[in-house]
Ligand binder design. Structure first.
Ligand SMILES: NC(=O)c1ccc[n+]([C@@H]2O[C@H](COP(=O)([O-])OP(=O)(O)OC[C@H]3O[C@@H](n4cnc5c(N)ncnc54)[C@H](O)[C@@H]3O)[C@@H](O)[C@H]2O)c1
Length: 326
């Protein structure tokens, strides 16, 4: 192909992408809205099991195209997977959300069956898709998706740490009175109120450690507020949050379709990294066109390593529940 045509192809290739979002509820619709507004793909399919819901939300979003100036074509589908055919990236948000007082883990019985069936249906029509799992309990759903599909591990990405890290930056920005965009801060480990590990020792405000601006008590409070970030919102709203979860899902889609090689904390399959095997857990990874492309080893001190091992133990016992489900 002549050089100028090849350059044109490269310039437009991201645009000619197809993305599917399964689950047209609060998180799925918000994620789709973010994807469309940023024109991350040419074609976007929203699918839900509830009759008419995805079609209705897709039409509603398309009616913002003239106002917002995007050309992404959004269509809805009631459980017809043929319409998702040839998707490059699929975001799975289907399942029940938690209500006040519930943990993410309480959702396993219902959501395991949903996530497994959805993955099978998706791969029937999009065998090469990269799958982003959002449904909770996310670490266990990511593990289940990997076990159930057997596709290469780099194509299954759990979204939890991306959201938790953004919430961590929010908490830090409130304490420091600074822009969240000037902060580097990651949350590793499981995506649960007690399993996530906000790495405050590693967090920086531009290049200065945040620990030089916050005393021990303030640091502890930021970590604690981050860990209950989701539960706090569930209590206030009456159901689980969607703006930041939807935006976090779209940020991962963007990193894949634009081959950004951006560093995010995502739940991925570990094979000895961070001292763990046969588990999917949140660690810093590079996200690009091939899904998660490499795991970045952060240097953890003894306390952080112990927290990571404890987090893995809790997620592993949740994964064991899968064996008891029919
Ligand atoms: N990983 C994260 O960081 C994170 C953050 C927020 C929410 N969540 C989880 O995301 C999930 C969705 O949350 P929500 O607030 O959007 O819930 P929601 O109830 O608003 O939407 C869920 C949608 O899934 C659909 N659905 C159910 N079974 C389906 C199936 N078999 N096929 C297709 N669609 C199906 C429902 O009809 C519903 O529209 C929940 O499990 C929630 O806990 C995860």
């Amino acid at each position: 192909m002549p050089e100028h045509l090849f350059r044109l192809y490269l310039a437009t290739k991201n645009y000619y992408m197809k993305v599917t979002v399964v689950g047209a509820g609060a998180v799925g619709a918000t994620c789709a809205d973010n994807i469309a507004r940023r024109e991350l793909c040419h074609e976007l399919v929203l699918l839900d099991i509830k009759e008419g819901l995805a079609e209705g939300k897709a039409q509603d979003m398309m009616q913002t195209a003239a106002l917002l100036g995007f050309d992404t074509r959004i269509t809805g589908s009631t459980n017809d997977y043929e319409k998702t055919s040839g998707s490059d990236v699929v975001v799975i948000t289907s399942g029940i959300p938690r209500k006040p007082g519930m943990t993410r883990e309480d959702l396993i019985g219902t959501n395991a069956g949903i996530v497994k069936t959805v993955c099978e249906n998706i791969l029937r029509y999009s065998p090469d898709a990269i799958i982003i799992i959002i449904s909770n309990p996310m670490d266990t759903m990511t593990y289940l998706a990997l076990q159930a599909t057997g596709i290469p591990k780099n194509r299954i990405i759990g979204m939890g740490g991306t959201l938790d890290s953004s919430r961590f930056k929010y908490q830090l920005s409130q304490r420091l009175g600074c822009s969240a965009a000037d902060l580097n801060a990651v949350v590793i480990g499981g995506h649960g109120d007690t399993t996530m590990i906000p790495l405050i020792r590693h967090a920086t405000w531009n290049s200065s450690p945040v620990t030089s601006f916050l005393d021990g008590e303030q640091q502890k409070q930021v970590v604690a507020d981050t860990m209950v970030g989701g539960a706090t919102l569930t209590k206030l709203i009456g159901t689980s949050a969607w703006y930041a979860p939807g935006a976090a899902g779209a940020a991962l889609v963007e990193a894949i379709v634009r081959d950004e090689k951006k560093l995010f904390t995502c739940c991925v399959s570990l094979n000895g990294e961070y001292g763990q095997k046969d588990i999917c857990l949140g660690v810093p990874v590079v996200i690009g066109r091939n899904g998660w492309e490499k795991i970045i080893p952060f240097e953890l001190n003894a306390e952080e390593q112990a927290l990571f091992a404890k987090s893995a133990e809790a997620v592993r016992s949740m994964n064991d529940v899968l064996k008891t489900l029919a």
